[in-house]
Every structure is written in structure tokens, then in C-alpha cells.
Ligand binder design. Structure first.
Ligand code: HEC
Ligand code: HEC
Ligand code: HEC
Ligand code: HEC
Ligand code: HEC
Ligand code: HEC
Ligand code: HEC
Ligand code: HEC
Ligand code: HEC
Length: 425
């Protein structure tokens, strides 16, 4: 017991009474006797009164913690007697008090319950109980077992004394907050230096379409770090299995890729599937400029104009270019006719088809076969040309109407002049 602890004891006990009485006042069903067995017990009431932040903050944070439940409480992790007012007694080894665990002990401490299916089921029937076993297979877990104190343990990701359910927006593992949680270490060049791995993942990921979808559109189906790497399991699981992860959300691209000449070739070369062309952390919104052999095209990394892949790349790009050019010309001309008051419903339907076929053609790029891309680009061009014809017809009609209108106007003016002459005369 330190000097400081003793000094605050009387105040602690006094306020303990107040704290114990307060919930009783708030909820008339609970008598003071029941309130005395609140999950935090005397550990909580005393620690709330301590001045030193390291001793007080755990108690403050704990009041929002998922473990603040009857049957758990501070003793769930620290042991001790939560009914004893005397600190020596409350925090004595004879009551199983363990003090603050060190990083090497934490995974097994948390796992002592979280891997215990019977116990967890009593509190939360749907909560998985595989976190510890998974963690032990991860790079984090393996290094932790070897005594490395810098890798992530359960509390690096979940926090402690303020642990929330994973689906609670306040949780540090909530989808929109995971990036910052991993960034604490993975964007810290000094901390990561001894390991010799890059520290650009967070910065790169923040440039990606995925991060934009997650943050700008609040699209929780877009992946954050743990969707690709796993939350507890082996991280990373290896190039080929991580590529399969893309396929869980982009199944059509994956399906075509696997049927393409690249599917087998990449597997034989031990290369990832999607990353070769899209990168992994900084995945950008793809454009047609990614196909072909011009600067910036993905195909250029491995093909040149002499080989069949390179020839196909150029031909695919030319086909896409023709389709998008025709489509945008048609879109413009139809819009122009609409602005002039023409009804262009039929042309709109053709344009819709033209757009959709381009989307399909872009998807077919993953099969890396000119024929299937062409199939869709030519449907697109045909539809866009129909729209162009309809726009031309509309232009013609506008012209006819205008001429008719001008002639009518001349007649009317003429008639008025005649009328005026007649009245005067
Ligand atoms: C009447 C006040 C009081 C009560 C009751 C009390 N503590 Fe403490 N606790 C302290 C003080 C003061 C310290 C710091 C001095 C020390 O380590 O003894 C401390 C230290 C701790 C530490 C840090 C020890 C370390 O290893 O760094 C933990 C963990 C802790 N208490 C948990 C508990 C738990 C769990 C209970 C209930 C079973 C509890 N305390 C009950 C006053 C109290
Ligand atoms: C879910 C498990 C868990 C529960 C419940 C829990 N703690 Fe802790 N506590 C820990 C862990 C893990 C650490 C070590 C933290 C670290 O290394 O940063 C710790 C550390 C502490 C420390 C030392 C802090 C320091 O910086 O030295 C105190 C004091 C403490 N806990 C008090 C409490 C009190 C009081 C309660 C209840 C109000 C409580 N704890 C509930 C897991 C828990
Ligand atoms: C590298 C970060 C990280 C570490 C280390 C980590 N977790 Fe998690 N944990 C997460 C993320 C992210 C989620 C939420 C997504 C999910 O459910 O997979 C999560 C979810 C959970 C859940 C909710 C249920 C579930 O599995 O979906 C529990 C319980 C949990 N973790 C316990 C633990 C325990 C116990 C440890 C230590 C053995 C641990 N975690 C280590 C990141 C981590
Ligand atoms: C004494 C057993 C016990 C210990 C030790 C324990 N927990 Fe828990 N934990 C539980 C129980 C039971 C629940 C379910 C509570 C509920 O849903 O009401 C839970 C819930 C959680 C959740 C929320 C899961 C979700 O998404 O619903 C997380 C995260 C978590 N614990 C992490 C930890 C971490 C990290 C540690 C170690 C620092 C730890 N737990 C230590 C028993 C324990
Ligand atoms: C407490 C610091 C810390 C936190 C938080 C943390 N990590 Fe780590 N992580 C490390 C350290 C240290 C290594 C070991 C690096 C090594 O040996 O390659 C590591 C290794 C990894 C590796 C393996 C790298 C490799 O190929 O060797 C991956 C992947 C990883 N972490 C992902 C994550 C993700 C995703 C999160 C967030 C959900 C996260 N980490 C949170 C410290 C942390
Ligand atoms: C869309 C999937 C995806 C997302 C999201 C993602 N990663 Fe990765 N990550 C990968 C792939 C693929 C690799 C490369 C694996 C390999 O080469 O072994 C990788 C590699 C890593 C590595 C190993 C070192 C390196 O750079 O090659 C670390 C560490 C890592 N990622 C951390 C993170 C963190 C932190 C986040 C969140 C900011 C994140 N990743 C988000 C797919 C992803
Ligand atoms: C957890 C689901 C998920 C995972 C895993 C995932 N993505 Fe995505 N991806 C999305 C969502 C959601 C979007 C944004 C919505 C959209 O544009 O389709 C997106 C967008 C994209 C886009 C931009 C599409 C466009 O038209 O703008 C590309 C390219 C992409 N992802 C590639 C990948 C690659 C490569 C991987 C693996 C390294 C991957 N994704 C992993 C869900 C996922
Ligand atoms: C050989 C290079 C290459 C590989 C491998 C590749 N892509 Fe693509 N991907 C492209 C190109 C090029 C585009 C842009 C097409 C366009 O806009 O003309 C694209 C576009 C996309 C798009 C946006 C268009 C659409 O289909 O919605 C997504 C999503 C996508 N890729 C996901 C993936 C996934 C997932 C994988 C892995 C299964 C993958 N890609 C593998 C080259 C590739
Ligand atoms: C990371 C390297 C890599 C990238 C990037 C890449 N390819 Fe390939 N491609 C290969 C390999 C390897 C083969 C199989 C060996 C071969 O036939 O040359 C192949 C084969 C092909 C084939 C079949 C050629 C044949 O012999 O019939 C086509 C078509 C093709 N690629 C088109 C593309 C297109 C289009 C792109 C860009 C969107 C692209 N590739 C990007 C490596 C790549």
C-alpha cells in the first residue's frame, strides 16, 4: 500500500457510500444491499477516488465496458475480493489477486474465458470462441509467444477498461475505426524499424476506393484492414489466399480471372491474383487506361507489342475506346435534343443498353480474351449508333418545325400588315 493510497482511503470509503447509493436512487427496484454487489464492487468505488490517472482511469473507463456485468467485473481479469473495503484484503493474493498482467500474459488471460465455450455461452450465446486459437497462428501471436512485447495483443486492438462489443461504433475494432487501430503500430516507422517491413499500408490504403467507400459513403461492406488480413488469424495468410479474399466480395471478377490464361499462369508463378494489376492497399478506381500498352497500363508490366498478350491488350483497349467514344457522342447529342424540348425516350433506352454493355465489357477484361470484350463493345456501339440516329432524326424534326414556324410567322406578320392597311384605309 503506498502513501498516496492510504491518504485517499477515508474519502474513498465516503464516496464509495455515495456511489453505491446513487444507482439505488436512480432505480427504485434495487436496494443498497444489491447495489453493493455491482460488478465493479469496492474495486470500482475505491479506484474511482484515486488521484493517480493510472489507477483512476481504469475505473472510469470500465463503467462503459462489456465486462461491467454481474459475474464479471474487475475481478474477471484481476482477481481479488470485490466486497472487501480494505485494500490489503481486496487486493490480496489469497483472494487470487493478480495485479496488472504483462503483454506476454494477456492473450491467455483473455483467452481463459474467450476460449471457454461453456462460460461464454452463458453470457453471449452467439459469441465465437476461436480468437485465442486463431491469434496464436498469427504473426502477432507467434511473436508474442516468443516474448516480443511490441506486437499486438488483445488489448492493442480492443483497448482495455472500455472494451466494447465489436459492432458498437465506439469500439476500436468497429469497421470505420480499425484503420486507426492498426495505424498506431503499422504507420509508426520507428516501432516497426526492427522488423524491416514497409509502414506505408495505412497511407496507401487511405488513398483507395475501399477507404473512400467506407468513409465517404459509410459503406460498411467495403474492406478495411481486418477484412483482408483477418482479425485474429494468420496475418497475412499468404499471397494466394489473400487474393481469394478479393473474390469473396468481387465474385464475378474472380470467376473470370480464374478462367483466364492468367489464372493458371499466375498460380504457377506463385503470384497473387488481383494485386498484379490493382495493387493491394492503394486500389484505385480502374479506368480504361489500365488496359493496353501505353504508359500507366497494367498489361505493360508483363507484355509488349510482340507477344499475343500485348496484341490482345491493344485490341481490347481499341475496342473499349470505340465504344466509349460512340457512347459519349450519343449521350451528348441526345441531351442536346432533350434540351431543345424533344422527347427522347427511345434514345434513352438505347443509351442505357450502350452504357450497360460497356460495364460488361470492362468486367470481361478479366477473362483477357478479345472476343468476349468485343461481343459487348459491339453491342454497345450498335445501341449508341441507334441513339445517334434518333438524335439526328430529332435534329431534323427540330429543323422542320423551326422552318414551319418561321413561315407561319411571316404569314402572320403579313396578315397583320394587310389588316392594318385595311383599317387605315
Ligand atoms: C480501498 C481502495 C482500493 C480497493 C478496494 C481496491 N484497490 Fe486496487 N489499488 C488501490 C491503490 C491505492 C493501488 C496502488 C497501490 C498498490 O499497488 O497497492 C491499487 C492498485 C491496483 C492495481 C495495479 C497493481 C499493479 O500491479 O500495478 C490493480 C490491477 C488493482 N488495484 C485492481 C483492484 C481490484 C481488481 C480490486 C478489487 C478486487 C481493487 N483493486 C480494490 C486501491 C484499491
Ligand atoms: C477484461 C480484463 C480486465 C478487466 C475487466 C479489468 N482490467 Fe484492469 N487491466 C487489465 C489489463 C490487461 C491491464 C494491463 C494494461 C496494460 O498493460 O496497459 C490492466 C491494468 C490495470 C491497472 C494498472 C494500470 C497501469 O497503467 O499501471 C489498474 C490499476 C487496473 N487495471 C484496475 C482495474 C480496475 C479497478 C478494474 C475494474 C474497475 C479493472 N482493472 C478491470 C485487464 C482488465
Ligand atoms: C490485430 C487486432 C486484434 C487482436 C490482436 C485481437 N483482436 Fe479481437 N477483434 C479484432 C477485430 C477487428 C474484431 C472485429 C471483427 C471481427 O469480428 O472479426 C475483433 C473481434 C473480437 C471479438 C468479437 C467476436 C468475434 O470474434 O467476432 C472478441 C470476443 C475478440 N475479438 C476477442 C479477442 C481476444 C480474446 C484477443 C486476444 C487473444 C483478440 N481479440 C485479439 C481485432 C483484434
Ligand atoms: C472472466 C471471463 C472473461 C475474461 C477474462 C475476459 N472476457 Fe471478454 N467477455 C467475457 C464475456 C462473458 C463477454 C460477453 C459479455 C456480454 O456480451 O455481455 C465478453 C465480451 C467481450 C468482448 C465483446 C464481444 C462482442 O463483440 O460482443 C470483447 C471484445 C472482449 N470481451 C474482449 C476481451 C479482452 C480483450 C479480454 C482480456 C483483456 C477479455 N475480454 C477478458 C468474458 C471475459
Ligand atoms: C501494438 C502494435 C500493433 C498493432 C496495434 C497491430 N500490429 Fe500488426 N504487427 C505488429 C508488429 C510489431 C508486427 C511484426 C512485424 C513482422 O515481424 O513482420 C506485426 C505484424 C503484422 C502482419 C504481418 C506482416 C508480415 O508480413 O510480416 C500483418 C499483416 C499485420 N501485423 C496486420 C495488422 C492489422 C491488420 C492490424 C490491425 C487490425 C494490426 N496489425 C495491428 C504490431 C502491431
Ligand atoms: C483489399 C485487401 C487489403 C486491405 C484492405 C489491407 N491489406 Fe494489407 N495486404 C494485402 C495484400 C494482398 C498484401 C500482400 C500480401 C503478401 O504479399 O504477402 C498485404 C500486405 C500487408 C502487410 C505486410 C507488409 C507489406 O506491406 O507487404 C501489412 C503489415 C499489412 N498488409 C497491413 C495492412 C493494414 C494495417 C491495413 C489497413 C490500413 C491493410 N493491410 C489493409 C491486402 C490488404
Ligand atoms: C469485404 C469486401 C471487399 C473485399 C474483401 C474487397 N473489396 Fe474491392 N470493393 C468492395 C466495395 C464495397 C467496393 C466499392 C463499391 C464498388 O464500387 O463496387 C469495392 C471497390 C473495388 C474496386 C473499384 C471498383 C470500381 O468500379 O470503382 C476495385 C478495383 C476493387 N474493389 C478491387 C479489389 C481487390 C483487388 C481486392 C483484394 C485485394 C478487393 N477489392 C477486396 C468490397 C470489397
Ligand atoms: C491482368 C490484369 C488484371 C487482373 C489480374 C485483375 N484485374 Fe480487375 N481490372 C483490370 C482492368 C484493366 C480493369 C479496368 C477495365 C476498364 O475500366 O476498362 C479492371 C477493373 C476492375 C474492377 C472494376 C470494374 C468491374 O468489373 O466492376 C474491379 C471491381 C476489379 N477489376 C476487380 C478485380 C479483382 C477482384 C481481381 C482479382 C480476382 C482483378 N480485378 C484482377 C485488370 C485486372
Ligand atoms: C504480372 C504479369 C502480367 C500482367 C500484368 C498481365 N499479364 Fe497477360 N499474361 C501473363 C502471363 C504470365 C501469361 C501466360 C503466359 C503467356 O502466354 O505469355 C499471360 C497471358 C495473357 C494472354 C494470353 C496470351 C496467349 O498466348 O494467348 C492474354 C490475352 C493476356 N495475357 C492479356 C493481358 C492483358 C490484356 C493484360 C492487362 C489488362 C495483361 N495480360 C496483364 C502475365 C501478365
Amino acid at each position: 500500500m503506498t502513501q498516496q493510497g492510504r491518504f485517499h482511503l477515508p474519502i474513498a470509503l465516503l464516496t464509495a457510500c455515495v456511489a453505491v447509493a446513487a444507482p439505488a436512487l436512480a432505480s427504485p427496484q434495487k436496494g443498497p444491499a444489491q447495489a453493493a454487489t455491482t460488478p465493479g464492487g469496492t474495486c470500482l468505488t475505491c479506484h474511482l477516488q484515486l488521484d493517480e490517472p493510472a489507477l483512476k482511469n481504469p475505473a472510469v473507463g470500465f463503467q462503459h465496458d462489456v465486462h461491467d456485468r454481474p459475474g464479471l467485473g474487475c475481478v474477471a481479469c484481476h482477481g481479488g475480493d470485490p466486497t472487501a473495503d480494505d485494500p490489503e484484503d481486496a487486493m490480496s493474493a489469497k483472494h487470487g489477486f493478480k495485479g496488472a498482467p504483462n503483454p506476454g500474459e494477456i492473450p491467455r488471460l483473455c483467452g481463459s474465458c474467450h476460449a471457454n465455450e461453456v462460460l461464454i455461452r452463458k453470457f453471449a450465446p452467439n459469441l465465437p470462441t476461436d480468437q485465442l486459437s486463431q491469434y496464436l497462428t498469427s504473426v502477432h501471436g507467434k511473436l508474442n509467444s516468443k516474448g516480443d512485447t511490441k506486437v499486438a495483443t488483445c488489448i492493442s486492438c480492443h483497448g482495455v477498461h472500455g472494451i466494447y462489443a465489436a459492432n458498437d461504433p465506439r469500439s476500436s475494432v468497429y469497421p470505420t475505426r480499425v484503420v486507426d487501430t492498426c495505424a498506431k503500430c503499422h504507420a509508426d516507422a520507428k516501432l516497426m524499424a526492427p522488423y524491416g517491413i514497409p509502414t506505408d499500408q495505412v497511407a496507401e490504403y487511405k488513398k483507395s476506393v475501399h477507404f473512400k467507400a467506407l468513409t465517404d459513403q459509410n459503406d460498411l461492406s467495403a474492406p478495411t484492414c481486418n477484412d483482408c488480413h483477418g482479425s485474429h488469424g494468420a496475418t497475412p495468410p499468404g499471397v494466394s489466399s489473400i487474393s481469394n479474399v478479393c473474390g469473396t466480395c468481387h465474385p464475378q471478377n474472380m470467376d473470370l480471372f480464374q478462367k483466364s490464361p492468367h489464372g493458371k499462369a499466375f498460380a504457377d508463378l506463385g503470384m497473387g491474383a488481383c494485386e498484379a494489376c490493382h495493387g493491394h492497399h492503394d486500389i484505385a478506381k480502374p479506368t480504361d487506361d489500365l488496359v493496353g500498352l501505353q504508359k500507366g497500363a497494367a498489361c505493360l508490366q508483363c507484355h509488349d507489342s510482340g507477344d499475343p498478350g500485348g496484341e490482345a491488350a491493344i485490341a481490347i483497349r481499341t475496342a473499349l475506346e470505340l465504344a466509349t467514344d460512340t457512347d459519349s457522342r450519343a449521350t451528348q447529342e441526345v441531351a442536346e435534343a432533350q434540351r431543345k424540348g424533344m422527347l427522347m425516350e427511345d434514345a434513352d433506352i438505347e443509351l442505357q443498353t450502350a452504357h450497360e454493355e460497356i460495364v460488361k465489357a470492362r468486367l470481361q477484361v478479366h477473362l483477357a480474351a478479345l472476343a468476349t470484350v468485343n461481343e459487348h463493345t459491339s453491342k454497345s456501339v450498335t445501341a449508341a449508333k441507334k441513339a445517334l440516329e434518333l438524335a439526328a432524326a430529332a435534329r431534323h424534326e427540330i429543323h422542320v418545325r423551326r422552318t414551319g414556324l418561321s413561315i407561319a410567322f411571316v404569314f402572320i406578320v403579313f396578315a397583320i400588315i394587310l389588316l392594318v392597311i385595311k383599317i387605315r384605309g
